[in-house]
Design a protein around this ligand. Structure first.
Ligand code: FAD
Ligand code: NAI
Length: 463
């Protein structure tokens, strides 16, 4: 006999667990199916949270080793205990995943443990038990894109999952893909002592970022010791007792060369994950990239089945998945849930951080939009000088004539926190002048944002 719920969510990542909690808050009888042993999905278990724990540990190590001397602080020999660092990361992850379990109990969301497979339009099966629901939400997330000739063993040839688990610092880490994962996890192991080489297919790193920001970012990483092989592709990686030998070729053709590595990190993107879901039984359609086809309100082609998060089109970001989860739950309850895709911030948690919201200059040019640029460097900010973190700048893009904010890009200390103000401004349809007129506390890094907004009208004060 099938057990019935109002809402069943498949997958307990940031899309699924948030959707389940919001639906329960709105009075639905909700179950969430998760096949992993812990809740929280990619983000909490093998993504955002463990990577940020290691980024913090490695940044603290780097700062103790190189950043304190300038302040007159002597600390003697600085060393790193990798086992302890990894144990701390596991504690951080554990506290977060247990936290979701607590929230499920508090909101009376039933956790169905196991893998869900559709048996029909409103019906699934988990571990031999049948379940039905009026609304079924697919939130099964994503997985690492494989590469022909590069077989992942998660020991020497790793995805992000293996790169988060290394038990010693590699001598030479080769990263395939100059995107967010490669640069964040490359930063972790470089700070701890690895030599890091990034092989990137395109002639630039971080293709989605504003071109000027991306160029500055690459220069800063190169100064830190990152080596880049742009415009190159890896055609094979062979592991033996001594390490890994990679064959690398120019992307546009040319002579191949060999590179030796101790560890290879494959990070060339992620794909929508629907394996084992038996979508065919329900008749749910996917697009040419395997993503579930979802409409404006997350509806699939099958009435009563919806999809959110990494498994549908759009940026693969935890907060995008969360927003979609909330909006969908509210729509199911007859409310006006909505996601503004034009105001979703993105952050790269390297040093310095890189953050963006809204349009890049390249996008505005391609769309033929006339715009003004306001820029301000951290070098001219008193707080950044006091912190000893003067690299980078903030850039504000506003529509010519109306001054409406169209995009904002920051590379510098705490950029990920600073971007929130500009995401709020964009969401509220503010002008650059609106941001510039707001009183910003002194001395704070936020003054860089204010000055960049002033600069859009040619009236920055401190430069
Ligand atoms: P997921 O988090 O992938 O969750 C899907 C869940 O569904 C999984 O737990 C899976 O086990 C479960 N599942 C799948 N199929 C079934 C089934 N048939 N039955 C039951 N359960 C199933 N994003 C950010 O915004 N900020 C970051 O700093 C950031 N850092 C990242 C670092 C790394 C190393 C990685 C890999 C990703 C990072 N991301 C980050 C991306 C972020 O993790 C994803 O965008 C986010 O997790 C997507 O959420 P989701 O709910 O769509 O899917
Ligand atoms: P990505 O899309 O950010 O970068 C992949 C890079 O690999 C691109 O620069 C691409 O040009 C390059 N590439 C593709 N094929 C290649 C090949 N054959 N050889 C060499 N280079 C190749 O993907 P990544 O870094 O794997 O991250 C996946 C997703 O996870 C991101 O899209 C992001 O949304 C999410 N993520 C977000 C984080 C954050 O918000 N801070 C942190 C980590 C991941």
């Amino acid at each position: 006999m099938a057990e019935n719920f109002d809402v069943i969510v498949i997958g307990a990542g940031p899309g699924g667990y948030v959707c389940a909690i919001r639906a329960a808050q709105l009075g639905f009888k909700v179950a969430c199916v998760e096949k992993r042993a812990t809740l929280g999905g990619t983000c909490l278990n093998i993504g955002c949270i463990p990577s940020k724990a290691l980024l913090q540990s490695s940044e603290d190590f780097d700062h103790a080793k190189h950043g304190l001397k300038d302040h007159g602080i002597a600390v003697g020999e600085v060393s790193i205990d990798i086992a302890r660092m990894q144990a701390r990361k596991a504690e951080v992850v554990g506290a977060n995943t247990k936290g979701i379990e607590f929230l499920f109990k508090k909101n009376k969301v039933t956790w169905i443990k196991g893998a869900a497979a559709f048996t029909g339009p409103g019906a699934i099966e988990v571990a031999g038990q049948a379940y039905t629901a009026k609304h079924i939400i697919i939130a099964t997330g994503s997985d690492s894109v494989p590469l022909k000739g590069v077989e992942v063993d998660e020991k020497r040839i790793v995805t992000s999952t293996g790169a988060l688990e290394l038990d010693k610092v590699p001598g030479h880490l080769v990263v395939i893909g100059g995107g967010v994962i490669g640069l964040e996890l490359g930063s972790v192991w470089r700070r701890l002592g690895a030599e890091v080489t990034v092989v990137e297919f395109l002639e630039r790193i971080t293709p989605g970022l504003d071109g000027e920001i991306s160029k500055t970012f690459q220069q800063m990483l190169a100064k830190q010791g990152f080596k880049f092989k742009l415009g190159h592709k890896v055609t094979s990686a062979k592991a033996d007792a001594k390490g890994v030998t990679l064959t690398v070729e120019p992307a546009k053709g040319g002579a191949a060369e060999e590179i030796k590595a101790d560890i290879v990190l494959l990070a060339i993107g992620r794909y929508a994950y629907t394996e084992g879901l038996n979508l065919a039984a329900a008749g749910v359609e996917t697009d040419e990239r395997g993503r579930i086809k979802a409409g404006k309100h997350f509806e699939t082609n099958v009435p009563g089945i919806y999809a959110i998060g990494d498994v549908i089109a759009g940026p693969m970001l935890a907060h995008k998945a969360e927003e979609e989860g909330v909006a969908l739950a509210e729509r199911l309850a007859g409310q006006a849930g909505h996601v503004n895709y034009g105001a979703i911030p993105s952050v790269v948690y390297t040093w310095p951080e890189v953050a963006a919201v809204g349009a890049t200059e390249e996008e505005l040019k391609a769309a033929g939009v006339q715009y003004t640029v306001g820029k301000f460097p951290f070098m001219a900010n008193g707080r950044a000088r006091a912190m000893g973190c003067t690299d980078g700048f903030a850039k504000v893009l506003a529509e010519k004539g109306t001054d409406k904010l169209l995009g904002a890009h920051i590379i510098g200390p705490d950029a990920g926190t600073l971007i929130a103000e500009l995401a709020t401004a964009l969401e509220f349809g503010a002008s650059a002048e609106d941001v510039a007129r707001v009183c910003h506390a002194h001395p704070t890094l936020n003054e860089v944002v204010k000055e960049a907004a002033l600069a859009a009208d040619g009236r920055a004060i401190h430069i």
